[in-house]
Design a protein around this ligand. Sequence first.
Ligand code: SF4
Length: 457
Amino acid sequence: MLDWNESIIRRYGGPGPRYTSYPTAPNFRDSISANDIAAAIDAGNANRRPLSLYTHVPFCDTVCFYCACNRIITANKARGAAYLDDLEREISLRAEGIDPARTVEQLHFGGGTPTFFDDSQLARVMGSLGRHFSLRTDDGGDYAIEIDPRTVDRERLMTIRGLGFNRVSLGVQDLNPLVQKAVNRVQPFEMIRDTVAWSREAGFHSINVDLICGLPLQSESTLMHSLDRLLPLRPDRISMYSYAHLPGRFKVQRQIDESTLPSPAEKVRMISRAGTLLQDSGYRFIGMDHFALEDDAMAQAQRSGQLHRNFQGYTLHGDTDLVGFGVSAISDLGRLYLQNEKRVEPWKALLDAGRLPISRGYRLDPDDEVRRDVIMRLLCDLELDTGAVETRWNIAFDDYFREALEAWRRFSDEGLTECGPGRLSITDQGRLVSRALVQAFDAHVGATRQEQFSRVL
Ligand code: SF4
């Protein structure tokens, strides 16, 4: 059982990368040529690597005051219709050259609010993806959609399930009415309870609930009360993010009265108590912000060393190429990262010109590949066979990572890591701050502005 140690959280809980990629997105800068992309696609085709598809729907009806996402607030549904036309063009363009026999093991609709699209629009996107890619028809992939509970009812969830989605992620954040009002996201407990029940009835395999710690008017007791109400619903997975108040960067956060935010000390206590309660209630702490019921596939994957990490977070599907559609979407094709234009107009202008709407990217060099392997394995498995890394990459581990190992020995003295011969591991205590620990293996993080990152805890 993890000890949610407040002094460790205080010491190592500062800003740090979430490592949904390595290097992380702030390092993307290269202009990527058509030849680079074609070579990356060919490499995936050569071994029929499965696919993971991500679709970004940037629209939301109303704004949440804590929001730090790439989104467009509008009630004008015509904007969604126009975006959909362009999205279909992008899907068709991106599919060029990709072997249609490659199976789509993972699919994710995120935003914004994907359910800003009505049912027929969602069906159109799925139809378009199905025409260009081999979607699984046996319900065996992980096909997820982010759901704003305010936008669905029982019938809608049935329809969404019928489109082929089998996982839902519900944006809950907090159940306290005053907190909800302070962040402009009012969704009564009954709405959440019903959405979870309808999702089960519709046959979704897994229900994830997103929560945020550190919101205005939140306190230890309100958060515990929210969890006491939520946990009997038994969501399969819970993500508990730490709110980063950066009103200089995200203007909408200026709507939040700073005097109502919990103090850093209070936030640490909240995280610590919430983490303890979740564990006591049968949830495994996967790492970073994620918890899963012990019998959930994610918890099982971690126990058996099958967990991976990509732009969709922790995933069971590691050996996939990720293809992203829509504004700001990121693709991950082996040694190549590509990010789309973040704003609709330039994204659309490139599509109008018959070009992929890419604004920047990154080509991994051999050193990046070694470091990516080490960081991802440590974050997912919490241990590393350094001999296997030497064999995979033809390096002498102790020489290659001399400085990182010095840092890890210091972490060992604090009980956060163990550095044995041929093996590194993150202890239970260290798991709380794993992304701070793996920064020792990151050759880029020192050059990246820290305000680009969220807090570790
Ligand atoms: S629903 Fe999500 S993306 Fe939209 S405003 Fe709220 S937090 Fe931002």
